[in-house]
Design a binder for this molecule. Structure first.
Ligand code: G3P
Ligand code: MG
Length: 243
């Protein structure tokens, strides 16, 4: 059955990529959570979507210009009007600890944000951190094929997905690219690419699927999963679909 992934946590109802958002989505009963990782100035894996701090924190400048201690001074929820509590930028380790603490047995989709900035050795840091005992199933995803290839060489076991905007030729490439077992395409492209996708044998988990009609289509197409900002809505619809 199609798996529901909480995009950046429950981005629609909570400040994205915060512990509050991940806790909420896990407590809802999602099949997976999706998060984005960058490296701080002192090489710590931190969970935030943008390369820069302005949109989702009260800080400014690039993430890589700040140490973890400096990033921890910031409020990552002040911009989100529906939420009052202060939330820090979490480290990846803190999110994984929360998942273990909650006994989460779903998938943690770690998006490696190397499409704009090259973070040297980020792949080694990830693979090293993921050695730990865990209740959840990790997965890597990235727009960056080199990152996926490096991760695959370091750890061929953990599943990897290529995030793609989609063009006709990318499907052929995705079919034979050994490092990946799945694609995470832009949903808008998926709608127009039914023919190209019909012969595709790897798993498909589009983003960002927020409308009920779009979610329904993902169930009907038997996609492996989809990413949504509104996992609560998606879970309710899934209940209806299976009845
Ligand atoms: O993994 C799907 C999605 O998260 C990719 O886009 O920009 O939300 O990280 P973005
Ligand atoms: Mg992402």
């Amino acid at each position: 059955m199609t798996k529901i992934f909480a995009h950046r946590g429950s981005k629609g109802t909570h400040p994205e990529n915060t512990l509050a958002a991940f806790r909420h989505s896990i407590e809802l009963g999602v099949d997976g959570i999706e998060l984005d990782v960058h490296l701080s100035k002192d090489q710590e894996l931190v969970v935030i979507h943008d390369e820069t701090l302005e949109r989702t924190t009260n800080g400014s400048g690039f993430v890589y210009e700040h140490t973890l201690a400096e990033l921890k001074e910031l409020n990552a929820s002040s911009w989100f009007s529906l939420y009052d509590d202060v939330q820090q930028i979490p480290t990846l380790e803190e999110v994984l600890t929360l998942c273990n603490h909650l006994g989460f047995t779903g998938i943690v989709n770690i998006e490696v944000k190397t499409d704009q900035i090259d973070y040297p050795m980020i792949e080694e840091r990830l693979v090293s951190l993921l050695q730990q005992e865990k209740t959840f199933i990790p997965m890597y995803s990235s727009f960056n094929l080199l990152t996926l290839d490096r991760l695959h060489k370091l750890d061929p076991i953990i599943k990897k997905a290529w995030i793609m905007e989609g063009t006709d030729s990318t499907i052929d490439f995705a079919n034979y690219f050994q490092a990946i077992d799945s694609i995470h395409p832009n949903f808008e492209w998926v709608v127009t690419a039914q023919e190209e996708l019909s012969g595709f044998t790897k798993s498909i988990r589009p983003w960002t699927v927020n409308q009920e009609s779009e979610m329904w289509m993902c169930f009907e197409k038997k996609f492996s999963g989809f990413h949504t900002d509104y996992p609560e809505k998606a879970l309710a619809l899934k209940q209806l679909y299976v009845q």
